[in-house]
Ligand binder design. Structure first.
Ligand code: T46
Length: 135
């Protein structure tokens, strides 16, 4: 499946920890946009879409959440529960984010500016797209 889990280097000392994210250094793309989700209501499930071109790095910088990934053939559940654990999503993956803990903050670094035309928001359209794009 078109994802990768990365361990982010912690710069820790007696004061605590710090993590740096640098485009084309510890993550393999340029970052054009950063956004984050917080105050997520209990039992909410978000996402329900795939991207055609966008690459993203997801980090749950506080608390935890689950990411369900689906490439049209296989589904996998990933837990994000540490600020030093990154999930890189390549294009062509249906995603649903769920089981947000209280106080969870899910931060996303994205390779492109926000563009609604890059989204596939209908699951049957996604399955068609997977067939057409030979995945
Ligand atoms: C993704 C997952 C992980 C903007 O105006 N600019 C932005 O950059 C984004 C991401 C969203 N929005 C607006 C569009 C909607 O009116 O914010 C609202 C919520 O967005 P959406 O319903 O797409 O949020 P999620 O949580 O379903 O999905 C988001 C990203 O959109 C998506 O790219 O991969 O997080």
């Amino acid at each position: 499946m078109e994802y990768q889990i990365i361990e982010l280097e912690k710069h820790g000392d007696e004061r605590g920890n710090l993590i740096a994210i640098e485009e084309n250094k510890n993550i393999p793309f340029e970052i054009k946009r950063v956004y984050y989700m917080f105050d997520t209501i209990e039992n909410v499930r978000r996402g329900y879409h795939a991207h055609k071109e966008l690459k993203q790095l997801l980090i749950c910088v506080a608390g935890s959440c689950m990411i369900m990934l689906d490439d049209g053939k296989v589904k996998e559940e990933i837990v994000l529960d540490r600020p030093d654990k990154g999930l890189i999503l390549n294009p062509g993956l249906w995603r649903e984010m769920h089981d947000f803990s209280e106080g969870a903050v899910l931060m996303v670094c994205a390779s492109e500016y926000y563009d609604e035309s890059d989204y596939i928001r209908d699951y049957n359209d996604f399955l068609e797209w997977v067939k057409e794009n030979g995945r």
